[in-house]
Design a protein around this ligand. Structure first.
Ligand code: GTP
Length: 596
């Protein structure tokens, strides 16, 4: 295809501003999906996705569109929506020349609107601002057109207005894409270079890799090479999605499509990598390859120890489709055999955990998530700590923690409440701008550990749901961090160890000891529960011993009731974990770990 008639674009928006709905309308308007098929087809796909646990949704769809009698090929590239997957978003953007910046006409600009816009600008994309949901009675298109125009420059009249629900304005938008976005440029005769912006495992076809060709041409049956790993594969199939996968005779400059090589593991076909010809390789990779970096770690343990092999197989399977998932076996005195698993963020953790439980029928305990720390010991060794119980003993010179820069958008009346929250979380303010009279953008640098867990919930509750948040990794800082241990009858329970800021260690200790006192049943003997930093005890609770035998209570009562009691005790025993001499019900671990 001649690059002059190609337009590559993506839709960027804050969550729920209507990206998918608009994409569906475009598929209809361009005739790629027939109106009648629309619903059935997409629902079918969702079912398959659920049943097989794979994503087969088109990651990039090619749509024909005619303007002034000339036929064009529009490639719409899908971007993942959540902050955990920012790197993948940035790769999708790098595959386009333009972006539709979609804003809900009843909501206005939100934090991810800005974050995505900045990312699109860093990739030098041409931006088409669009207000969506103009059919809503609460829409204020005039107000927000002005906000958008002042944000990106330009006139409010130039902001397009559409409704993904009714389809109004969608055809005008498609015309605008053809007219305003630049054609792709590249060297047709140079060695091939194509960027991988997505890579999906399909149980029938193996890994399907989505690429954007920058230079040269890729053809079926030739051997290709991945430039970051130098692995080579045969191209079994190459084609475009429209939206069904349609094989072609190759992909040239500016084209977007998919490759199939028969590899079975997405780690061999990584987002951000450059594909070239093995025989005539390019000299330089395209910019931007980055290993996905886990930010949050948690221990995952099967509640039933005999499920351990199933858990290992399940993780192996999920990794085929998730290059960012990392794990290694670990053992816990309290929880037995499990894995320490690294995630991109909490959403990623929740998704993986839910898939393990739903698709593989596992019952899991996950330990309180933590970030990764760098600890410099007395002999100047640097230790990476992903599990608090592995925090080095002895004298420590320095502890570093990961930082993020966060952007918060909110109505200006909440500035005070937001500042207070950020200060509590050890944030440093970077700046503040008024987007309009009543809307403010605040920038903070915060420790990742302080925002990754409940920060967003806190922010929402302090602003009646009006604030939005976006953040990205921003280096490290040295901080006054300590490890707090929890001891039952003098024995340390590794699963409850946590690394916290010194000022918060005491409240963590008090909270954990109190919670455990409520959760652990009384035993034959007294059980002290302590929290400690090193050998220094910072909090203590006591579980008093049981005085009477349970059976004594119903002495003289009928025998079947006694039997029931004994059965019940046995039942209870099964689900106990013994820590030292203390029997701790499984539920106590789950409850104690779930709400920290
Ligand atoms: P994904 O992140 O890809 O799921 O898309 P999204 O969150 O950007 O938005 P989605 O398309 O799922 O739409 C969010 C909600 O807004 C849905 O309930 C849609 O039905 C609704 N919606 C989308 N477009 C319109 C519109 O033009 N008018 C009205 N009234 N509702 C809309």
């Amino acid at each position: 295809t001649d690059p002059a008639i190609i337009r590559n674009f993506c839709i960027i928006a804050h969550i729920d501003h209507g990206k998918s709905t608009l994409a569906d309308r475009m598929l209809q308007a361009t005739g790629v999906v027939q109106p009648r098929e629309m619903k059935a087809q997409y629902l079918d796909r969702m079912d398959i996705e659920r049943e097989r646990g794979i994503t087969i949704k088109s990651q990039a769809v090619r749509m024909p569109w005619e303007v002034d009698g000339q036929a064009y090929a529009l490639n719409m590239i899908d971007t993942p929506g959540h902050v955990d997957f920012t790197y993948e978003v940035s790769r999708s953007l790098a595959a386009c020349e333009g972006a539709i910046l979609l804003v809900d006409a009843a909501q206005g600009i939100e934090a991810q609107t800005l974050a995505n816009l900045y990312m699109a600008m860093e990739n030098d994309l041409t931006i088409i601002p669009v207000l969506n949901k103009i059919d809503l009675p609460a829409a204020q298109p005039d107000k927000y057109a002005e906000e958008l125009a002042s944000l990106i420059g330009g006139e409010p009249e130039d902001v397009l207005r559409v409704s993904g629900k009714t389809g109004e304005g969608v055809e005008a938008l498609l015309d605008q894409i053809v007219r305003e976005l630049p054609r792709p440029v590249g060297e047709a005769n140079a060695p091939a270079r194509a960027m991988i912006f997505d890579s999906v495992y399909d149980s029938y076809r193996g890994v399907v890799t989505y690429v954007r060709v920058v230079d040269g041409k890729l053809e079926p049956r030739e051997r290709i090479q991945m430039m970051s790993t130098l692995a080579s594969h045969e191209l079994l199939e190459i084609g475009v999605s429209s939206p069904e996968p349609t094989p072609t005779k190759g992909l040239g400059v500016g084209e977007v499509g998919y490759l199939i090589t028969g590899v079975k593991d997405v780690r061999q076909s990584k987002v951000g990598d450059t594909v070239t010809n093995l025989k005539k390789p390019a000299e330089q990779q395209l910019a931007g390859y980055e290993e996905p970096k886990p930010m949050v770690f948690s221990g995952l343990y099967p509640i039933d120890g005999s499920d351990y092999p199933t858990l290992r197989d399940a993780l192996d399977k999920l990794q085929l489709n998730d290059a960012a998932l990392v794990y290694e076996p670990e053992t816990s005195v309290a929880l037995g055999f499990g894995f320490r698993v690294g995630f991109l963020g909490l959403l990623h953790l929740e998704i993986i955990r839910e898939r393990l439980e739903r698709e593989f029928g596992l019952d899991l305990i996950s330990t309180a998530p933590n970030v990764i720390y760098e600890v410099m010991t007395e002999d100047k060794q640097i230790v990476q700590v992903t599990n608090p119980s592995e925090f080095p003993e002895g004298k420590i010179l320095e502890v570093r923690e990961p930082m993020v820069s966060a952007t918060i958008l909110a109505p200006s009346e909440y500035v005070g409440a937001i500042m207070e929250l950020c200060q509590n979380r050890r944030g440093q303010m970077g700046g503040m701008d008024y987007l309009s009279e009543d809307r403010v953008e605040m920038r903070y640098r915060l420790p990742l550990a302080e925002i990754v867990f409940d920060f967003f919930d806190q922010l929402k509750s302090r602003t009646r749901g009006y604030a939005s948040l976006d953040w990205k990794a921003d280096g490290e800082q040295v901080a006054d961090l300590v490890k707090v241990d929890v001891l039952l009858q003098g024995d340390q329970v590794d699963a409850f160890s946590a690394i916290t800021h010194k000022d918060k260690a005491y409240s963590y200790g008090v909270m954990m000891t109190q919670k455990l006192r409520e959760l652990i049943p009384r035993q034959q003997f007294e059980v002290p529960i302590q929290a400690a930093i090193g050998s220094r005890i910072i909090a203590r609770e006591n579980i008093r011993a049981i005085r009477k035998d349970v059976l004594a209570k119903c002495y003289g009562g009928d025998i079947s009731r006694k039997r029931k009691l004994i059965e019940k005790q046995k039942e209870g025993k099964k689900r106990m974990k013994t820590v030292g001499r203390v029997e701790v019900p499984q539920e106590a671990f789950i409850a104690a770990l779930s709400s920290t």
